[in-house]
Unconditional design. Sequence first.
Length: 657
Amino acid sequence: MKSLWNAKEAARIKNDPLKLRVYTSQLLGKEPGLVLHGGGNTSVKMNVRNLFGEEEDVLYVKGSGWDLATIAEEGFAPVRMATLLKMAELPTLSDTEMVRNQRAAMINPYAPNPSVEAILHAVIPFTYVDHTHADAVVTVTNTCDGKKRVQDIYGNRVLIVPYVMPGFILARKIYEMTRNIDWASMEGMILLNHGVFTFHDDPRVSYEKMIGLVDEAENYLRKQKVVVSFAGIKPKEDLQSLAEIRKRVSTVRGKPQLALLNAGQRSTGFSKTDNLKKIAGQGPLTPDHIIRTKRIPVIVGRSIEQDIVRYAEQYRQYFTDYTDGSQQCLDSAPRWAVWPEHGTIAFGSSIKELKIIQDITAHTIQAILSAEKLGGWKALSPKDLFEMEYWELEQAKLKKAQAQLPFQGKVVLVTGAASGIGRACVEEFLHQGAVMAAVDIDKNIEKIFSSDERVLGLVCDLTHRTNVKEIVEQCVRRFGGLDIVVSNAGIFPASEPIQDINQKTWEKSLAVNLSGHQIVLTETIPYLTLGINPNIVVVGSKNVPAPGPGVSAYSAAKAGLTQLARVAALELASSGIRVNIIHPNQVFDTAIWTDDVLTKRAKHYNVTIDEYKKSNLLKTEITSADVARLVCSIAGENFSKTTGAQIPIDGGNERVI
């Protein structure tokens, strides 16, 4: 591991202690081998003048909820040192009292809550303190003879601290261990099964001590030849089973989950190890990961439902074994899975959660494989991990999570998504929490939503079944399954009387406006049967109940589509799949309604354009966004007991009524 310190960048900060603290904190946070997704903490001690002109020693410590990679000055909580040092002298202190008193000692009431390690940072008598969960160091400590190996690497240059719970207990432990110690003789502290602390009055020295200690651990691992190669290993692919795994996990958790498969060589190789149950069934790399990943993954074999149900039963037994009666059991669903021959799977309600879990599990797998080469992986005991998982301070982080959006964890596929109603549907479903496969024949679909990781833009000609099969598989591969299909894509041929109709126009309308929808249904139904509250919304037209002259190619295809959807509702009800149809009319912000077309139609009826736009009973204009909101309503809970319905959205049309 190399130092990222840049003298020119540091010089621009001009010796501002807090700005330098931000700078080196971000350097640590940028290295995933040191901290992951909010892990680790840093601090700086400063002398500040208060409102009354009095000088106070204040600890600026990383605030709860901030990530070192992106932390700013406002991410540090300023706490009076005098209070923290007095708290360190107390023989006991509850977590609730610790948090309350730390907050009461802050000089800025609007700052975030101080890190649970604030007291420990105060006890260390140096200006700058850095703490990480370095992979290499924790890999060494999480072995059968971890303490001895740490001594072999560092000798007497570090203080080795046995594992105890973070927070006050850890601060008190180190306070007692260091009462008569020569701090200047130590380069840092190694906390077994936890991480590393370094410290100095110079921010660069403290930072580079961290890099140095971790680099030594990495060199040790290299010399021990712990690297495991899985070159040439190829995963199996079974998207139907992936969708079933997602469904079973969602059922246990009680809400829809996305599933992200990692079929890389290391994940696949790990899934094929001979002693998989032993090494995967111990615990996480560091105890703070448990609130993200739970203690262990589910190992999924051929009996998918049975394996996931058994995992849930074992989790509830784990809770029963270690609860003191004051805790409430969390949901028993796994957060990740090892799928032999296929790789690993992360489960979560959002793309962000999936990526966090996948990152953590990837680092955990590497550590387990390396530790096995050092004589055997050894995680913390189930009892220690339970205490961390049900620690009230960790649970408080989870309780701060945002409320579930209506389609959170749902996977939606929309055709004709590059413009008009389709694009509005994508945007509305995103607003309500879904992830999307946005499909269109327009190649721009790959660019339209490219900045949003929740959207997979897919180019597809829906009249080609092979092409449709490929994009459906891409959707399942990306998100783990499929729950909702909005079959919207269509074309509006030029107006022609039947006696003058161009045969190619007729056939193209049937191909796009009818057969393309049939192909989409045929290819998505196998995955919808494994979806969560699955349903299909078909976009028909006012021309089905009330056709007009000159549009036979369009009207006939849409009528056929409506009949197809009605039959689908009959056939799919036994699988729990709802199928409903909407019939929009005169949605003027779509591509077919150009300024020229609008002008001609208004002139034909001898009205203004504005009057023409509102030529319905309610005298209201219908927009793509209006249609999208109706689609979301039909796809949601309010219509959960409705199938086979045909719903107009036209402002009221006398001929339809």
